[in-house]
Design a binder for this molecule. Structure first.
Ligand code: GLC
Ligand code: CA
Length: 540
């Protein structure tokens, strides 16, 4: 087996949601040329790779996570030549391109599915998951992730097909070796084009056994992933990251096994699901449990030390903005955005920054007519019909809706934030006149410059990549503090997570050490931490 390169242990990845990043032709939708135009900005920030949400040909039922051709670019985003140019140009800026692979399902408009539904003896029929049945009598009660049943009736066939997401996203049948081979060939084709890695969409759901009611973490999951990795990724020097909502520490040791047999790492969501009621849906809000957050991060940091690898993230295109969630998007927006960045970027793992996070972009609070996301809109209809009040539903959407992260990137204070000269596909957050890149790049004290500095620190001090983790002040209700240590140096990270000043006695012994970074103009005297104050000290 080829010994996999480990460049990604020192890398910082930036996620781009293409339709909301930069429009180049005035149609209101971000595109590949737009990204190329912004490579200078990304190089300045200092990131090593871009994870690009899907740009493949797609009817866009789920914004590109419904792919109808894996080997072509959707005209909305450009064409293959643009994509090749992006890979090349990004390389000139020392940035690798990480593609998003959606392998659990295709679009129902993919030629495979078009063929599959032509007849039970069509060679592509078995590319998908079918069950015989009677109209109206579903094979079982499994539900789709976007509401409604996970089974869709096809009258011509007298069969149901299985879909864990929308009806336009039929699940692929991974039991079929032809499906797997076709997928590997497609991946090798992209590797040939020089991509730097892959993010694997809902990868923990590929090994489904619907008759057993199994969707995530199926019995054959790791067997499939090891074959996938062997046949593709291991032939290159890639970063690979699986999206695994159902991952725990033990399973993640397999996923991120240092022998390279599966992926480089996975996105796990334990720290993300904390503000939802036990056993309910994400829309059923619960208060943020601070001590639990510490417990979760501590467990993952220690659990994967030396035997796996963490991905570190607060935000992505499916999640609300972190500054509106764990921070304070009013008075202390900049301070809390920087504090949250400090906490995350001090940990062991590969950090991911979601577009706009480096500016401290916030959630949007729109009325229902301004939302675009299929998940939000389906939930709204479903809950209205179940008798929920509109007020409660909107509160959930404002807190958790995926469009919070999908509003256009805020470049400057010109109309539509410099995102487009046309009409944006989704409304720009009205706070763009205050929160935008132009007012932050090269401006000392800005959130952008703070992220930049954090990235620089990670590259400068090996302790960020290899130090072991020790949580301090475990029971403290205000301060998140930890130490990283690698035998040569000790790094202290202290973060006040709330809007009141608190004493941090620990600082007594550290104050004489080297202060690497802090989020106020001056590190105050004494041992008090101001609202959302964060500091990093180094002891050599
Ligand atoms: C992943 C994606 C999400 C998408 C879903 C179905 O969770 O991140 O955006 O809707 O998979 O592909
Ligand atoms: Ca465009």
């Amino acid at each position: 087996m080829k010994q996999p390169g480990k460049w990604w242990k020192n890398a910082v990845v930036y996620q781009i949601y293409p339709r909301s990043f930069q429009d180049s032709n005035g149609d209101g939708i971000g595109d590949i040329r737009g990204i190329i135009n912004r490579l200078d900005y990304l190089e300045k920030l200092g990131i090593d790779a871009i994870w690009l949400s899907p740009v493949y040909r797609s009817p866009q039922d789920d914004n590109g996570y419904d792919i109808s051709d894996y080997q072509d670019i959707d005209p909305m985003f450009g064409n293959l030549e643009d994509m090749e140019k992006l890979i090349r140009k990004a390389g000139e800026h020392h940035i690798r391109i990480v593609m998003d692979l959606v392998l659990n399902h295709t679009s129902d408009e993919h030629p495979w599915f078009q063929e599959a539904r032509k007849g039970k003896d069509n060679p592509f029929h078995d590319y998908y998951v079918w069950r015989d049945g009677e109209e109206g009598e579903l094979p079982n009660g499994l539900r789709s992730g976007f509401g409604g049943p996970a089974w869709e009736w096809v009258p011509e066939l007298g069969q149901y097909y299985f879909h864990q997401f929308s009806v336009k996203q039929p699940d692929l049948n991974w039991e079929n070796p032809k499906v797997r081979r076709a997928i590997y060939d497609m991946i090798l084709w992209w590797m040939d084009k020089g991509v730097g890695g892959f993010r694997l969409d809902v990868i923990d759901q590929i090994a489904k056994e619907p008759d057993q009611g199994i969707t995530g973490n199926g019995p054959k999951l790791h067997e499939f992933i090891r074959e996938l990795s062997r046949e593709t990724f291991q032939k290159g020097d890639l970063i690979t990251v699986g999206e695994a909502w159902g991952a725990d520490v033990e399973r993640s040791k397999l996923y991120s096994n240092p022998d390279g047999s599966e992926f480089s790492m996975v996105f796990q969501f334990e720290h993300i699901g904390l503000d939802q009621q036990e056993g309910k849906e994400k829309w059923d809000l619960a208060p943020l449990p601070f001590l639990k957050l510490k417990e979760v991060i501590d467990r993952w940091q220690r659990g994967l030390y030396g035997c796996g690898w963490n991905s570190l993230f607060w935000d992505n295109h499916d999640l609300p903005r972190i500054v509106s969630r764990w921070g304070n998007d009013g008075t202390y927006r900049a301070e809390s955005a920087k504090m949250l960045a400090t906490l995350l970027h001090g940990l062991q793992g590969t950090p991911y920054i979601y577009q706009g996070e480096e500016l401290g972009m916030t959630n949007a609070r729109y009325d229902i007519g301004d939302y675009r996301d299929i998940e939000t809109l389906n939930m709204y209809r479903e809950r209205i019909s179940m008798g929920y009040s509109k007020k409660d539903i909107m509160e959930s959407i404002h807190a958790k809706g995926r469009d919070n992260a999908r509003t256009p990137m805020q470049w400057d204070d010109s109309p539509n934030a410099g995102f487009t000269e046309g009409t944006p596909w989704i409304k720009v957050n009205p706070n763009y006149s205050v929160i935008n890149a132009a007012s932050q790049v090269d401006v000392p004290g800005s959130v952008f410059e703070y992220y930049r500095a954090l990235i620089r620190l990670r590259k400068e001090y090996p302790v960020f990549a290899d130090g072991c983790f020790q949580l301090l002040m475990r029971e403290d209700g205000d301060i998140f503090a930890y130490v990283r240590e690698n035998g040569e140096s000790r790094l202290l990270v202290v973060c006040n997570f709330f809007g009141r000043s608190v004493d941090c006695p620990l600082l007594k012994e550290w104050k004489a050490k080297e202060l690497l970074i802090h989020n106020y103009d001056e590190a105050g005297p004494g041992t008090m931490l101001r609202p959302y104050e964060a500091r990093m000290y180094l002891h050599r």
